[in-house]
Design a protein around this ligand. Sequence first.
Ligand code: FE2
Length: 328
Amino acid sequence: MPHSASNRRADVLGVHSLDHFSLTVPDLAQAQKFYTSFGLDVRNARSGFDLHTTGHKHRWGTFREGPQKKLNHLSFGAFADDMPAFRERLERLGIALVSAPAGSDGAGLWFRDFDGALVEIRAAEKSSPDAKATTNNIVAPAGVAAMPLRDAAPFIRPRRMSHALVFTSDVAKAIDFYMGALGLGLSDTAGDGIAFLHGLHGSDHHLVAFAKSDATGFHHCSWDVESFNDVGQGAMQMADAGHIAGWGLGRHVLGSNYFHYVRDPWGSYCEYSHDIDYVPINSTWKSGAHAPENGFYMWGPMPPEDFAMNYESPSNSLTRDLVSSEPG
Ligand SMILES: [Fe+2]
């Protein structure tokens, strides 16, 4: 097994990236408009559309149409020559492989977590960053206007996906499962309500996070932009497109990123993120168990009351219908 690459740890078997997520949404055209307005590169695919970012060859998300918004699967990327070892590990852990879902390219290892959530490990290029993201927070010198006029505001295009946050019925079990089977590292927890996991071959503070609910579900995907101005400018871009509801501008504690979440038409979120913490290869990052009130956000407005609501849970089906009928 070659271990010379600088983006690879020699002593661990672990996935290196969140390769992509897959969602079902009730209205593909509405979803396309939402993500296009967000600044993503939406490309038609066989049975729906895929999400890309401008100037990056990776596919970060895939969408198809169905009766209601639903997380179909998370797919994690691994080094190709680690795939046999992952197969052995899953077998050793008693995790049964299942058939690839219809429409997938089928080459990965597919299985379900303890909640029944569908997961793939696939051989893929490392799409998580190999270093902390660069910033472009321009400070104008004296005598120069920092801002263009409003009608010359740039269209914000995120550089890459950073992470996804999904719901689980049991955060402690999710930590055990995703560390044990997939080889992710624990970055931080806040109470028993949320856990943030990173890739051991170098990744953002979290490439996936798990929040407590009574069912599985998709909470948000997060997209890296190059400046904190772009977080606010992105939120304005979405407001101009009619997507006003959300949460921000603020700064998280765990992960440290500047954030603005824009609510999608189905009650989950798309996050502009800047300057998230990075856990480098061979890091000495010490995971912390924090009190929830001490780890959520450093500053920002109050989050919406239903920010942590899992609209995919059968117990929230009534409120889900109300949310879907509201303007985006
Ligand atoms: Fe996030």
